[in-house]
Design a protein around this ligand. Structure first.
Ligand SMILES: *[C@@H]1O[C@H](CO)[C@@H](O)[C@H](O)[C@H]1NC(C)=O
Ligand SMILES: *[C@@H]1O[C@H](CO)[C@@H](O)[C@H](O)[C@H]1NC(C)=O
Length: 182
């Protein structure tokens, strides 16, 4: 490839704004899907996204990274499993399983919250790392102290600590893409 040729970096960021819906949350406005329906919604989102990435790849886009937040984490991991992206980042994902980690073949970063007891607890992040490490998949995992599930998206803009924790995670995500999406 000539030096004048530019590699196109495309970051597809899936913001599935469904988010968080922890079992304790009561807000009817946010409870758009039941927890039984959600895995289906996630698979549907993956199936809807796949042709978009295929179309991008068939044109000039040479590299794609995918980031999934909360429910989008499952969508991102499915895309990482099917080889359509160069790298993935999962931020406080939900419904991502150890089996998913056995099928990912691209560099994967997973960011979890210390106070996430349901969707992606630190213990699960640790298991994910063990599986990726054993499979020699480039990996990065981090547990952010003092924060809860969803801290990179729904944070209090006037709370300096919350803003810092979110921005740190955003930087980790960007660094992962800079390193591996090429
Ligand atoms: C995966 O993580 C482990 C533990 O931090 C690290 O030793 C290993 O180098 C990582 N693997 C790759 C290929 O990045
Ligand atoms: C947001 O953070 C500010 C400053 O720490 C605090 O005074 C306020 O109560 C917080 N708002 C919410 C909704 O938690």
């Amino acid at each position: 490839m000539g030096t004048s040729e530019k590699i196109v970096y495309t970051f597809i960021v899936i913001y599935l704004m469904l988010m968080i819906m922890s079992r304790t949350e009561k807000s009817a406005a946010e409870r758009r899907f039941s927890s039984e329906e959600l895995p289906q919604v996630q698979i549907k989102a993956f199936e809807d996204t796949k042709p978009v990435l295929e179309a991008l790849r068939s044109h000039s886009t040479s590299a794609i990274g995918v980031a999934g937040f909360c429910y989008g984490g499952k969508v991102a991991v499915e895309l990482a499993k099917c080889g359509l992206v160069q790298a993935g980042v999962l931020l406080h994902p939900s419904f991502v399983t150890e089996d998913d980690m056995k099928e990912v073949n691209v560099p994967l970063a997973i960011l979890g919250a210390e106070n996430d007891h349901v969707s992606c607890p630190p213990k699960l992040v640790k298991r994910f790392k063990e599986i990726l490490t054993a499979r020699k998949i480039p990996n990065f995992t981090k547990i952010f102290p003092g924060v809860a599930h969803g801290w990179t998206l729904r944070y209090n803009l006037t709370d300096t600590k919350a803003v810092k924790a979110a921005e740190k995670a955003h930087l980790d995500m960007l660094h992962w893409f800079i390193k591996y999406v090429r």
